[in-house]
Design a binder for this molecule. Sequence first.
Ligand SMILES: N[C@@H](CCC(=O)N[C@@H](CS)C(=O)NCC(=O)O)C(=O)O
Length: 207
Amino acid sequence: MSLTLTYFPVRGRAEVIRVMLKDQGAEFDEKVITMEMWKESTLKASCLFGQLPIFEDGDLTLYQTNAIRRHLARKLGLYGKDQREAALIDMMDEAIQDLLNKYIKLMFEKDDSGKEGYLKALPTDLKPFEKTLSGDKGSFLVGDKPSFADYSLFEVLLNHLVLCSSCLDTFPSLKSFVEKMSARPKIKTFLDSEAYKKLPINGNGKQ
Ligand SMILES: N[C@@H](CCC(=O)N[C@@H](CS)C(=O)NCC(=O)O)C(=O)O
């Protein structure tokens, strides 16, 4: 399979796709588009919605991060073992997207004035994920293997730990989830790589 991810030189929306592909051992190429290239080329005009990422899987060209994630989930077996699990994975993923959208909004505020209020409200947003992961059912949100929602939760929690290193201190299951995901051999190699460390979280210098 020939897979190509085209995105800016930041983690941003593409990071969850990178982590998922890396962990699954799927080979893919990356085309890195700098802001200068983006502004000066006709690429934006050629993108269906005028935005990145672009994901190419052979002759299939996809835009929209979540469509790309779901495509890869179906292709790589990360969408649960049956329709029931798929429905639960979708439900968890929608809630993760709600949190991610709040986080992105905070990141694009012009100053830091919203951060305190954001962190105050954060435990309420994290509680349902802690509840889902707690107990003896295993290490993942749904079922006994990772789904595309797990990668998304992992990525959003990593970003929150940069925002506030103590934000998971009262959430033992989320803490353990991050530790276990970080220790998965291919994810660990990726997180330890220079390629990962040199990429800023987003394009506006905030984190
Ligand atoms: N809903 C889209 C949003 C994509 C998006 O906002 N892309 C941004 C980068 S994260 C972009 O291309 N910005 C440049 C522009 O809009 O000109 C997705 O999830 O793929």
